[in-house]
Design a protein around this ligand. Structure first.
Ligand SMILES: *[C@@H]1O[C@H](CO)[C@@H](O)[C@H](O)[C@H]1NC(C)=O
Ligand SMILES: *[C@@H]1O[C@H](CO)[C@@H](O)[C@H](O)[C@H]1NC(C)=O
Ligand SMILES: *[C@@H]1O[C@H](CO)[C@@H](O)[C@H](O)[C@H]1NC(C)=O
Ligand SMILES: *[C@@H]1O[C@H](CO)[C@@H](O)[C@H](O)[C@H]1NC(C)=O
Ligand SMILES: *[C@@H]1O[C@H](CO)[C@@H](O)[C@H](O)[C@H]1NC(C)=O
Ligand SMILES: *[C@@H]1O[C@H](CO)[C@@H](O)[C@H](O)[C@H]1NC(C)=O
Ligand SMILES: *[C@@H]1O[C@H](CO)[C@@H](O)[C@H](O)[C@H]1NC(C)=O
Length: 526
């Protein structure tokens, strides 16, 4: 017996160890589970509802949701303010309740109270107005404290108490999240201190729109510097463009969509603003004409479904066409992305990008920006140009000119190219912002073709005439492009602006020998 004794002791000791380990493990799991339960199911609103927030006004209905228990309990939402309102009760399902309010007119302030049995949660000083989501990369992230005349702008902030900023925390996720991981700026009554840290383009847009609309504006900033469009796109959208295979790609497809956009889908929105594309000048550049429109389509569908049909299925989507990066650069990444931002049409809205609007920004370079040339400090003009598009496209205001001049006919002879614009133009002489490609073979010109400057030699109310004699000897003008450079002009000094609007003509590239351009390109020398 004694021979076996040590073995028995050892076995006993081992069993004890294992048992205590298991017990500890089970206890730890229990504690953890109860923590998570508490965390998720204690009664309250989801992370992006807060005091001072703006909810979407009528005719849309705002959505409120949050957490609660027990399962099946009834939640009712009360509004007290300019009018009183009680929602019908809803039940808690899977720890979540969700109420769709009746349409509420612009105004406030309201207290919004949700009750479940004896608990209640209240949001105070809530306004109803229009919600705009602001997304993109560093030029959207660019703070109001960094712009030209920042101190003047910031001193105005407190005069706009009905323009309310909110900022989503910069987080990524490999799966689609229901709620935000974090909030960088909770809904705030604007003061210099918070607006200084907020997106300048987003803030200025909201402030200028408030001047027009005179009712509350809610601004939701959700953006991150140096990010490609793929990070903000769902796998559905990426699939449309054959970009979904890159699992574990260095740029992490969908990770920001998952963490910073998907949780917001249930919030009713008026529209979205977007300033992004720089990162894609060197990443899947030639796919951007697919990936950008596909992302817009997908966001529209997802916000529409997420809000139970409240956010319009074609909600207005405004974006900034890329500004500039390197003066004198011959790289064609910027012009290609600018073109792709319009789905290769040169202007928006168009058949592929309906209910969109664009602020042209290639004429707003900033050579001495302390934040790098890629971050120009004039965000006032960018935001102002966006408001023109928003007024025309999102608010259906008649007679708001928001488009710069665009060619409606091109005539070429052996000596000249005549461009007829769709509106009156103000022209400054230029030797090289227009370029032509001479070809003997009637084949489309590409980036590697020989492009030569075509100086402006004459202009009239709606036309610009270029010298094309350089092609004369052996070839003909086969293609024409405008402002096809990273940094095509000095500040507000491009050759063509609208005579009445002062808006810059957007860049374009036209190949005569491409089916869709042929009809408006006429060669009268043949
Ligand atoms: C909202 O609640 C606050 C604080 O409880 C109260 O002071 C205020 O009068 C309420 N406002 C309305 C409109 O009910
Ligand atoms: C709610 O409060 C009342 C009165 O304080 C109490 O009698 C009742 O048990 C409470 N109900 C729940 C579900 O906590
Ligand atoms: C997008 O652009 C690329 C190259 O720039 C071109 O080859 C392709 O056909 C375009 N795709 C679409 C959908 O327009
Ligand atoms: C929010 O919308 C998404 C997408 O439609 C949906 O999966 C999710 O259940 C919604 N969440 C709530 C709380 O309604
Ligand atoms: C800054 O302020 C000056 C003086 O008022 C003005 O001339 C200039 O246009 C402003 N700059 C911007 C970008 O708004
Ligand atoms: C081109 O424009 C010039 C100046 O506006 C005009 O004199 C000329 O007739 C035009 N040529 C054609 C072919 O329309
Ligand atoms: C635009 O400007 C031109 C010339 O500057 C002028 O003749 C025309 O009437 C203007 N059009 C509008 C719509 O203002």
């Amino acid at each position: 017996m004694s021979r076996y004794f040590p073995k028995l002791v050892f076995l006993l000791w081992a069993y004890l160890l294992i048992a205590s380990f298991l017990l500890f493990y089970a206890l730890a799991l229990l504690v953890l589970a109860s923590f998570q339960r508490r965390d998720v199911t204690s009664f309250g609103f989801a992370s992006y509802y807060g005091n001072h927030m703006v909810l979407q006004k009528s005719p849309e209905r705002a959505i409120l949701w949050g957490y609660g228990n027990p399962e099946g309990a009834q939640v009712t939402v009360y509004l007290s303010g300019p009018l009183k309102y009680n929602s019908s009760p809803v039940t808690v399902e899977n720890g979540i309740w969700r109420v769709t309010l009746d349409p509420i007119e612009a105004g406030g302030p309201y207290n919004v109270t949700a009750t479940l049995q004896n608990s209640s949660a209240t949001l105070t000083d809530v306004l109803f107005g229009d919600i705009w989501l602001c997304g993109g990369q560093s030029n959207m992230y660019f703070k109001t404290s960094q712009i030209f005349n920042a101190s003047e702008e910031l001193s105005l902030a407190s005069k706009y108490p009905h323009v309310r900023p909110f900022m989503v925390a910069l987080k990524r996720s490999d799966t689609e999240l229901t709620d935000l991981i974090g909030v960088t700026l909770p809904w705030s009554v604007p003061k210099a201190s918070c607006v200084s840290q907020f997106s300048a383009v987003c803030w200025l847009f909201g402030r200028y729109m408030y001047e027009k609309l005179k009712y509350p504006i809610g601004l939701v900033e959700s953006c991150w510097g140096g990010t490609p469009v793929e990070a903000w796109s769902s796998s559905r959208a990426l699939q449309q463009c054959g970009l979904d295979q890159n699992k574990n790609s260095p740029t992490d497809n969908s990770v920001l969509w998952n963490a910073m956009i998907h949780p917001l889908l249930n919030m009713t929105l008026k529209g979205a603003l977007w300033y992004q594309g720089e990162e894609n000048t060197h990443y899947h550049q030639n796919k951007y004409n697919c990936s950008f429109p596909a992302m817009i389509d997908d966001w529209r569908m997802a916000f529409h479904l997420g809000s139970g049909g409240q956010t319009a299925v074609d909600f207005p989507f405004g974006f900034v066409q890329l500004c500039t990066k390197i003066k004198g650069s011959k790289d064609d990444g910027f012009p290609n992305i600018r073109w792709h931002q319009t789905a290769d049409k040169g202007f928006v809205p168009n058949s592929r990008l309906q209910r969109t609007f664009m602020a042209v920004a290639m004429d707003l370079p900033d050579e001495t920006s302390p934040y790098g040339n890629i971050h120009p400090r004039d965000k006032q003009d960018v935001a102002y140009r966006l408001t023109l598009g928003a007024r025309a496209v999102a608010y259906n205001e008649k007679d708001v000119a928001f488009l710069g001049p665009f060619p409606k006919q091109i005539l070429s002879t052996a000596m000249h190219v005549n461009i007829t614009y769709d509106q009156a133009v103000a022209v400054k002489s230029s030797k090289d912002v227009f370029e032509i490609c001479c070809s003997q073979s009637q084949s489309p010109c590409g980036p590697k073709s020989l492009w030569v400057p075509a100086p402006i030699i004459h202009w009239a109310a709606t036309t610009v005439q270029l010298a094309a004699s350089v092609c004369r000897a052996t070839a003909e003008v086969a293609a024409l492009r405008y402002a096809w450079k990273d940094w095509p002009c000095d500040f507000k000094a491009c050759p063509v602006y609208g005579a009445n609007t002062s808006l810059p003509a957007p860049p374009f590239i036209f190949n005569r020998y491409q089916a869709n351009n042929y009809s408006f390109w006429k060669d009268i020398s043949r």
